[in-house]
Design a protein around this ligand. Structure first.
Ligand code: DLZ
Length: 510
């Protein structure tokens, strides 16, 4: 009997496990742009364009290769508003006896699909997602029995498993596992950053842009200047471009931020890797080849590979090991609503304005903007994890729950008690000044802390330290912060706390 093979919007590769052993004559592939997936969060308009256009290109390719494809293009009046409804209707139309799919990346949808066999009355085969380097089970086995799970040690396992940047006798190339300490230079305009890689929208993408503008005009962001790749070939070119023009400097300036440059030396490959247009292992191998060929230094290549082979795999493991309870964690007891300026960028804090404005225009901001600016502010201000997590899930083209939730709830908000970091990534304005030129263009003065024009990050930082004494005073990596705080005079501490309280009371206006 025929099978229906469901391919989701972030599974856009012919190597997806759902297609293994499929029969072109018998089976039908189902892909659908549906209201429920497009609307479960306030997805950035560029993320919607990327996914719908890449889905349409992928479906066309499958058809050209001889597959039968049922493709539902988005229309607000489509009867089938969920993937389940599309599958139910396809089962009725074809009389297919089984549904095959690859496990999806979000608990929300995974939970629904796991019930389909009962709700739809046919067997539903959910195959593992083999695009990840470690399976869920492999990660769980590695984590079992460990008092603490740390990315660095998991990453070393992945290096050994793949042989990436390893010598023939099993040692890390360059004599070290991690070159992070060499990746913290400020960027002052030289060397010039390459222009971002661009693909001009073709007819399919232009049609999708019109559709999104017509039906998703209330969603965050803009479709203007859409230049993401939407095919595997385009994404491959983006990878080549990164290796040729940005990778050599990626390491040095990995943590830098600039008032004038949105993209610096970042790869901007995560939107492609996360929706299936690029294979993560192939991307790492391409970077490793560049190092072996002497085209990029070890600190750049190791730092880049660590993001994919280490962090990306690690957060996925943490997500599946801890869901669904993980999503409700709020160990620091935060209660504040997300300030509205996260949606508008209208704040006098230059770094926040720049990071949010780039996010609005590009559906992208690099990891230091995400972690140390918008994330750091939410942590210091005590924003409810659920709200800030939903913001990150909505606004970035690469965002899916499996990657965003551990990164934001765990790493940014320290709401999981320290799975993702042994101390919170809390920092005052000084860090932002050290890594960027934002402060020299800011309304606020980074070298002031208590005055009306003082950088809000400064007093909020000390307020965070003070209010979480019970949580962190015994953390050996935070001891110095508490000693510094306690050394200040009672008057100074009072002034800092008062300034922070004033800021928190009128957060929308700062
Ligand atoms: C993110 C997304 C969006 C916006 N739209 C669709 C869609 O219409 N159809 C679809 O199959 N997938 C979409 N996706 C991706 C899914 O939400 C994604 O597969 C799940 O969140 C699991 O990662």
């Amino acid at each position: 009997m025929a099978n229906l093979i469901l391919v989701l919007g972030d599974q856009l590769t012919t190597d997806i496990s759902a297609l293994e052993n499929a029969d072109q004559k018998r089976d039908r592939i189902v892909m659908a742009e549906v209201h429920d997936e497009a609307s479960y969060t306030n997805h950035h308009r560029k993320k919607l364009v990327l996914l719908f256009s890449a889905m349409r290109h992928f479906a066309q390719r499958l058809e050209a290769d001889g597959w039968q494809v049922h493709y539902q293009a988005y229309h607000p009046e489509n009867e089938a508003k969920s993937l389940e409804a599309v599958i139910a209707s396809q089962l009725r139309e074809t009389g297919a006896g089984r549904v095959i799919t690859t496990e999806c990346g979000e608990w929300r949808l995974h939970d629904q699909i796991s019930q389909w066999h009962e709700r739809l009355g046919v067997p539903v085969e959910i195959r593992p997602d083999s695009r990840f380097i470690a399976s869920k089970q492999e990660f769980a086995d590695w984590a079992k029995g460990r008092k603490q799970v740390r990315m660095e040690f998991f990453y070393r396992e992945m290096r050994r498993k793949t042989g990436l940047l390893m010598t023939p006798d099993g040692k890390p190339e360059g004599g070290q596992w991690n070159f992070d300490a060499d990746n913290r230079r400020k960027w002052t305009g030289k060397p010039a950053a390459p222009a971002p890689f661009r693909v001009e929208p073709d007819e399919v993408t232009r049609e999708v842009i019109e559709l999104i503008e017509e039906h998703f005009a209330d969603h965050f962001g803009t479709t203007e200047d859409f230049h993401f790749a939407v095919t595997p070939e385009g994404a491959e070119q983006a990878l080549d471009y990164f290796i040729d023009f940005a990778l050599p400097c990626f390491g040095d300036f990995q943590d830098a931020m600039s008032d004038d440059e949105d993209w610096l030396f970042h790869s901007i490959l995560s939107p492609y890797i996360n929706c299936g247009l690029l294979d993560p292992l192939a991307v790492c191998e391409a970077a490793a080849r560049a190092w072996h060929a002497g085209r990029a230094p070890i600190n750049a290549v190791e730092g880049f590979i660590r993001q994919i082979l280490g962090w990306r795999e690690f957060v996925r493991g943490i997500y599946w090991m801890n869901m669904p309870a993980y999503a409700w964690e709020n160990r620091l007891g935060n209660t504040r609503a997300l300030p509205w300026f996260y949606w508008t960028g209208e704040t006098k804090m230059r770094c926040m304005h720049k990071a949010i404005d780039a996010t609005r225009r590009n559906a992208y901001a690099h990891h230091i903007q995400r972690l140390m600016v918008t994330g750091n502010f939410a942590l210091l201000a005590g924003v409810r994890p659920e709200e800030i997590c939903d913001w990150y899930l909505a606004v970035y083209a690469d965002a899916y729950d499996w990657v965003e939730l551990p990164n934001v709830l765990g790493m940014v908000m320290h709401a999981d008690g320290g799975y993702l970091g042994s101390k919170p990534y809390a920092a005052s304005g000084k860090y932002i000044q050290r890594m960027s030129d934002h402060c020299s263009n800011c309304h606020y003065r980074v070298n002031k802390s208590t005055e009306e024009d003082a950088c809000p990050f400064n007093a909020l930082y000390w307020h965070f330290i003070d209010r979480h004494r019970d949580d962190f005073a015994n953390n050996p990596r935070m001891g110095m912060m508490y000693r510094n705080w306690d050394k200040q005079s009672p008057e100074r501490r009072q002034a800092l706390l008062q300034r922070a309280e004033d800021l928190l009371a009128r957060l929308e206006q700062i």
